[in-house]
Design a protein around this ligand. Structure first.
Ligand SMILES: [Mg+2]
Length: 313
C-alpha cells in the first residue's frame, strides 16, 4: 500500500494532511479488465504502426461487453468510499467513446458523468511510450493530486508488477488470455451510433473511416432509421418472394369473375379484411414451401381462420 510521506505536502497544516491521507483511490484498467475487447482483437493490424495499427481496434471499444464479476469489484470499491480512477493506454482521441461506454455500466449512481470524465486517464496524443510507463506516470499523477492509491487492477502482468514495485496492491484481473473473437451486439452498435457521430475529425486518422461530415444529430438519426428500413424491406421481400406485387391478382382470382364482391356493411368490410390477411399468410407460406414452409404464417393463418369463422353468420 502506498503511504503518503510526511514531506509530500510541505507547508500543509497537519490536520489538512490527515484529511489528504483519507482520500484512498483505486485504479481500474479498461481493455480486457472491465471491458471485453475480445471481439476487436483481430482488428489490430500487425504490419502497421502507431495509430493506424490500433485505430480499428480502438474505434469499436464502445461495443464491448462488460464483465459482470469485474463490475461487481468496481462497485465494491466505489461503495467502500474509494475514489475510482480509470487508467487506460487507449489514446485520448477515443475519450468520447470510452466515457460513453463507462456511462453505460451499472454503477448505481456511484459514478457521475463528471466523475468519469475527470477520472479517466488516457494515453496523451503522440505519446508512444510503453503501456507500463504510461500507467506509472498516471499513478504518480494521481498521487500528486493527494490520493493514496491503495489498489490497482489490470490485465497485464507487467503493469501489475509495476504497481507492486510502486508499493500499490496490484491485482491482475483479466477477462481472457486467449484471443476470443465474437461479433459485437448489433443493438449495442446501433445505440452508440450517435456517439460515433459526435467524434471530432481528429478522431479518425484513417482516411474515409469517418461518417458524414457535420451532419446534424437529428438528421443522422433519421438516416439511420431509413437505412434500417431498407434492410427490413430487402430481407422481408426476399423471404416472402415479393408477394406484395402478385397479391392483388391472386386475391381477386378467389372471387367469381375475378372481381371483388360489393361491400355494403361494416361487417362485410371486416370479413373481407380478415380474408385478405388469411390469404396473405397462405401466400407467404407458399413462398417458403420448398424450404419447409413458414411456421409463423401457418400459425397466423389459424388465428385469422378463427376470426373469419367468428365473423361468419
Ligand atoms: Mg488492459
Amino acid at each position: 500500500m502506498t503511504t503518503l510521506k510526511e514531506n509530500s505536502f510541505p507547508g500543509m497544516p497537519p490536520e489538512r494532511a490527515n484529511l489528504v491521507r483519507m482520500m484512498d483511490a483505486v485504479i481500474f484498467d479498461l481493455d480486457n479488465c472491465l471491458a471485453d475487447d475480445s471481439h476487436r482483437l483481430s482488428l489490430i493490424i500487425p504490419h502497421l504502426s502507431g495509430d493506424e495499427k490500433y485505430h480499428q481496434y480502438h474505434r469499436l471499444c464502445f461495443a464491448d461487453k462488460y464483465h459482470r464479476g469485474h463490475i461487481a469489484v468496481l462497485l465494491d470499491e466505489l461503495e467502500s468510499g474509494a475514489t475510482v480512477f480509470f487508467s487506460t493506454a487507449r489514446p485520448e482521441r477515443y475519450r468520447k467513446l470510452s466515457v460513453w461506454w463507462l456511462q453505460q455500466l451499472p454503477h448505481h449512481g456511484l459514478l457521475s458523468e463528471d466523475d468519469i470524465s475527470a477520472r479517466l486517464v488516457m494515453r496523451p496524443v503522440g505519446d508512444v511510450r510503453p503501456t507500463v510507463e504510461i500507467k506509472r506516470q498516471t499513478l504518480r499523477a494521481i498521487e500528486d493530486l493527494g490520493y493514496n492509491v491503495v489498489r490497482a487492477y489490470d490485465d497485464r502482468q507487467d503493469v501489475v508488477s509495476m504497481y507492486r514495485a510502486e508499493s500499490v496492491d496490484g491485482v491482475r484481473m483479466m477477462i481472457h488470455d486467449i484471443p476470443d473473437c465474437e461479433a459485437p451486439r448489433v443493438e449495442h452498435i446501433s445505440a452508440a451510433a450517435d456517439v460515433l457521430h459526435t467524434m471530432s475529425d481528429e478522431a479518425w486518422p484513417v482516411q474515409g473511416a469517418r461518417r458524414t461530415k457535420h451532419a446534424p444529430h437529428a438528421e443522422h438519426a433519421v438516416l439511420r432509421r431509413l437505412r434500417e428500413a431498407i434492410q427490413t424491406f430487402e430481407s422481408r421481400n426476399k423471404q416472402y418472394g415479393g408477394n406484395n406485387e402478385s397479391f392483388g391478382a391472386a386475391f381477386l382470382s378467389l372471387f367469381p369473375g375475378g372481381k371483388l364482391p360489393e361491400i355494403n356493411t361494416v361487417e362485410d368490410m371486416n370479413r373481407l379484411q380478415v380474408l385478405m390477411q388469411l390469404f396473405n399468410k397462405l401466400m407467404r407460406y407458399a413462398a417458403n414451401f420448398q424450404d419447409g414452409g413458414h411456421v409463423d404464417s401457418a400459425h397466423d393463418a389459424i388465428v385469422y381462420s378463427a376470426m373469419l369463422e367468428a365473423f361468419t353468420k
